[in-house]
Design a protein around this ligand. Sequence first.
Ligand code: SF4
Length: 308
Amino acid sequence: MADSETDTLADTDLEPAREALLSWYRVDHRSFPWRETTDPYEILVSEVMSQQTQLSRVVTAWTAFLEQWPTVADLADDSRAEVVGFWTDHSLGYNNRAKYLHEAACQVVTEFDGQFPSDPETLQELMGVGPYTANAVASFAFNNGNAVVDTNVKRVLYRAFAEIHNADDPDYETVANALMPPGESRIWNNAIMELGGVACGKKPRCDEASCPWREWCHAYQTGDFTAPDVPTQPSFEGSRRQFRGRIVRLLGEHDEMDLDTLGHRIRVDYTPDGEHGQEWLRGLLSDLSDDGLVQVEEEGDQITARLQ
Ligand code: SF4
């Protein structure tokens, strides 16, 4: 177990953390049709649409768009007005994005011989394709991108890796790229974005979503879930308060629990004799008992807790 106060990315053996995230993603993730394709055109359309529209609505629009213009050549052949009309009909936000998408299709056909470039730098030559979109297309279509850094990923990195917020000028790209297994941008970027989307949201769901990084996560260990887009979070303001919440929630699911079982369930670094062990847990239970929330019974060495 790494020391969460002093741990840095360089100190950490990255392999277990990488493997844990990839396994978590492989076992279960949200299904989006653009995750099933490696066609750069289809992926570019999904990326442009998702910039301003909820993912659940993008699915319908994306499917209809590809029925109307199945290939990049079909899109380039049609008129810009048709594409803008589609954009408006599907409430996809700024029409400029439709114009750029159409223009990018024309560029692929005329300047790139109908083949999408496969690296992020060249993809940025396409109209309306900025660094983020270029990298997403390079990753998801060609497995040839850098680590994606969006708001969700920044939140995960900030919480999980202490050096991000210990540094004066956090450089998320460096940390994100160091973390990404070489040559695995397709699955890795999908996985870390999924983590930010379903587990490490503004209100984190560490236990509920079985976050695979609890063991290494600075925020999880300390109870400080601050992040760039979550400046303060009163309900998670301190570890004691958070762990009290976990205890009450767990005891609500069980008639009673003995001390060590409870300890192992509320934090991954629980060891009976450790810093966060029996003594620490007994302190929390004693507070909860004083507040009339929990009843604690001691019989010899056996300590059992239940809700009052
Ligand atoms: S343990 Fe919680 S805070 Fe840490 S990365 Fe996972 S979901 Fe985010």
